[in-house]
Design a protein around this ligand. Structure first.
Ligand code: ASP
Length: 346
């Protein structure tokens, strides 16, 4: 009798211990009310938000964007699938987007008021909160790799301007002549912005230039590690070595294994002042929100109410993904095992 009772107690103990440890690693899908384990890996990316309307997009251009977003997803997924790190997946996916002139990062970056390309990027790893960033550089082919090098090969988190360029040369990153970044499309956008400014119409033409085009990636690898990165040319017609949110950790980029990874795109001044990326992480950490709830709160409510336009990609520790934006469109995509979404418009 005593033996049977002991066995019953032991079975109950094992059952509850098991359920407890599982609840740490599983998510409750609130609609279906079923427990689903986090995906083996996941990667989400954006190619900028803004006035991106189907009526202004040619069929060919749309195809080009969709193809580029798909190739970018493939690059990242290949790394994650074969057991690579989220850090490598983020860097390599962003490198591809930087090399693609469609986006405002690397080749394809917008121009400053004085006709230069001044690039910003940052990267962060969620397992140790390590991070690196560069701002205002014009000689490195892939700014995201410069950001990673700052994280891994310097004693600092953020380098800017001439110093950052010198660092890149010293450690042997691939450098280019600044003319490498010139594209006719972006040059025309600068001329349009200046013309509008001279007519006191504001420096943005809502339909033409109000596409931010920054790129960002967040990944979760098979070890459960999250990484996030963002790369940009900033905003057309920017002056005085202006630096936006993209290279600022907690504003444009953030990663923490305890919460989520975030990369933002939009009107940087607002993202800096509202510490958007960290705010999203804080809602998950302190209020128990998921990626969707945190994105709604910060991008769709807080930012929108103050006129801060843009969006974010969020991948939380349970593998939930959200891609909120309060603009007309956002180039965005994600991949998980057996799941792939690529979208542009609302
Ligand atoms: N957030 C970037 C900046 O303000 C612009 C963008 O997202 O396209 O520099």
């Amino acid at each position: 009798m005593y033996k049977a009772y002991s066995i019953l107690v032991l079975v109950c103990f094992l059952f509850f211990a098991c359920a407890e440890s599982k609840s740490d690693q599983t998510t409750i899908d609130s609609e279906k009310k079923v427990l689903s384990p986090p995906p083996e890996y996941a990667l989400v990316l954006h190619g900028g938000a803004g006035t991106i309307l189907k009526k202004n997009m040619s069929e060919d251009k749309e195809k080009e964007y969709l193809a580029a977003l798909n190739i970018a997803l493939n690059k990242g997924e290949e790394i994650l699938k074969s057991g690579g790190s989220s850090l490598d997946a983020v860097e390599q996916t962003i490198k591809y987007l930087e090399d693609t002139p469609l986006f405002n990062a690397g080749k394809g970056a917008v121009f400053t008021n004085d006709g230069r390309n001044s690039l910003d990027a940052s990267i962060m790893t969620g397992n140790d909160l390590n991070a690196g960033a560069v701002a205002g550089i014009g000689n490195v082919k892939n700014p995201i790799s410069a950001a990673r090098a700052v994280m891994e090969q310097s004693d600092h988190v953020m380098l800017s301007g001439k110093g950052a360029e010198q660092f890149a040369v010293e450690i042997g990153l691939e450098t280019v002549n600044p003319t490498y970044f010139h594209t006719e499309n972006r040059w025309r956008s600068l001329q349009n912005a200046k013309e509008r400014e001279s007519k006191a119409m504001g420096s943005f033409d809502e339909s033409q230039d109000y596409k931010f085009g920054t790129v960002g990636v967040v990944a979760l690898d098979k070890n459960g590690d999250i990484a996030a990165g963002t790369s940009t040319g900033g905003m057309t017609n920017k002056r005085y070595d202006r630096i936006g949110d993209s290279p600022i950790l907690g504003a444009g980029t953030y990663a923490n294994n305890k919460t989520c990874g975030v990369s933002c795109t939009g009107h940087g001044e607002f993202f800096i002042r509202w510490a958007v990326a960290h705010d999203i992480s804080a809602l998950i950490e302190y209020k128990g929100f998921d990626a969707h709830q945190a994105g709604e709160e910060v991008i769709m409510k807080k930012l929108k109410s103050v006129g801060g336009s843009g969006g974010a990609i969020i991948l939380d520790k349970n593998g939930n993904i959200s891609m909120p934006f309060n603009t007309e469109g956002m180039y965005r995509a994600y991949v998980k095992p057996n799941e792939r979404i690529v979208k542009i418009y609302k």
